[in-house]
Design a protein around this ligand. Structure first.
Ligand SMILES: [Zn+2]
Ligand SMILES: [Zn+2]
Ligand SMILES: [Zn+2]
Length: 362
């Protein structure tokens, strides 16, 4: 049986196997093959030691080993993977080519071969292709392979998939195998899931914090706007609030601040009396003063007083407060940058609307 197989196989691969696949001009006129590759299925692939050695240093080492008998033919066994995967591997060595179909069919085998025989460009392509065909069913197997073959991108991709669908993955054969035979990998997976959960919590907290700083930054804008131009019911001390003025663009926040200012102006308890609303207003005024860069011209109440007080107490400045000021100030910069960007993006469109396509500029 083996004989017959060998014979068919040899005829399959001795004919047009090389010339039609070879991209490199140097291989055009090759001498007779001087090496035989043997696969698990008994397939024999004739090859050229010089070509194999030029692409894979591992194969080069094997080829350079002295032969037991001078006359014997050099044979390289590549076992443990399907015959066709070995054929694709050798074809890649000759041509640097590997089509999508081969990658889809033998991606994991080619990944293993390219790792073992040190063919990095094939390894990279295989890792990418295998990553594109990940499923819940095969992800744990591929994860093991990625770990063995030292393919970090593929490893991470598998981990992310396992993390995202852990319940379904737990039902697969791959997971059961890992639980029974590879406790270290099981631990790695569980650790990754744990850390991913932590990362998620951390970024949620970060987002919440950012939105708080954003709110404070909007509150600062409103406070300045109320104290300089005035809004619906509160305006600067030297200007009557104009009844005609409609709600501003940030009215949901602005209205609350106006109510707070009105309360602050009339409250009997005040800050020292423990009134929480007055305390809030006081903090807003203090925050304004901390980020305000107008010296004499600022119309926000207590701005100058707070600035003077801060200068006197510079050394004892509260680090937490300074951090808050910094974060609000940067949130403000961010929001004004976003506004600028939006305006820029809208500008060309406006031009088109106003003057037609002729004035459109990039
Ligand atoms: Zn307003
Ligand atoms: Zn009050
Ligand atoms: Zn100010």
């Amino acid at each position: 049986m083996g004989e017959a197989h060998y014979a068919t196989a040899t005829t399959t691969f001795s004919g047009d196997f090389y010339p039609c696949q070879i991209a490199n001009q140097n291989y055009r006129e090759l001498p007779k093959p001087d090496v035989q590759i043997i696969t698990s299925g008994g397939l024999r692939i004739p090859a050229h030691s010089s070509v194999l050695a030029s692409v894979s240093s591992v194969l080069e080492n094997i080829i350079d080993r002295p032969l037991k008998h001078r006359s014997s033919e050099r044979i390289i066994p590549i076992l443990g993977v399907p015959c066709d995967a070995v054929a694709s591997f050798i074809r890649f060595i000759y041509s640097s080519r590997c089509d999508e179909e081969e990658l889809e069919k033998y991606g994991i085998h080619l990944l293993a071969l390219s790792h073992v025989y040190l063919v990095p460009n094939l390894k990279q392509r295989c890792a990418k292709a295998v990553g594109q065909h990940l499923t819940i069913e095969n992800v744990v197997d591929v994860l093991q392979l990625a770990r063995l073959c030292d393919a970090p991108d593929l490893y991470l991709k598998c981990m992310k998939l396992v993390n995202g669908h852990f319940k379904a993955v737990q039902k697969t054969e791959g997971w059961k195998f890992v639980q029974n035979h590879d406790p270290w990998l099981e631990l790695e997976i569980l650790q990754f899931i744990d850390e991913a959960e932590l990362r998620k919590k951390k970024s949620r907290r970060h987002r919440e914090e950012q939105s708080l700083y954003m709110e404070l930054s909007v509150a600062m804008d409103c406070l300045e706007h109320i104290c300089t131009e005035g809004c619906t019911s509160v305006g600067p001390y030297d200007m009557q609030p104009t009844k005609k003025r409609g709600p501003c663009s940030k009215f949901s926040t602005c209205q609350g601040i106006q109510l707070l200012i009105k309360h602050f102006a009339t409250c009997k308890n005040r800050v020292n009396g423990g009134c929480s609303r007055c305390k809030r207003m006081w903090q807003l005024l203090r925050l304004h003063s901390s980020i305000c860069d107008q010296l004499e011209s600022c119309k926000v109440p207590l701005c100058r007083q707070f600035k003077l007080k801060m200068q006197q107490e510079k050394k004892g400045d509260d680090p937490l407060w300074r951090l808050l000021v910094k974060k609000v100030a940067s949130a403000r910069v961010m929001s004004s940058l976003k506004l600028l960007k939006r305006k820029r993006e809208e500008q060309p469109r406006e031009m088109v609307q106003d003057h037609g396509l002729r004035t459109f500029r990039l």
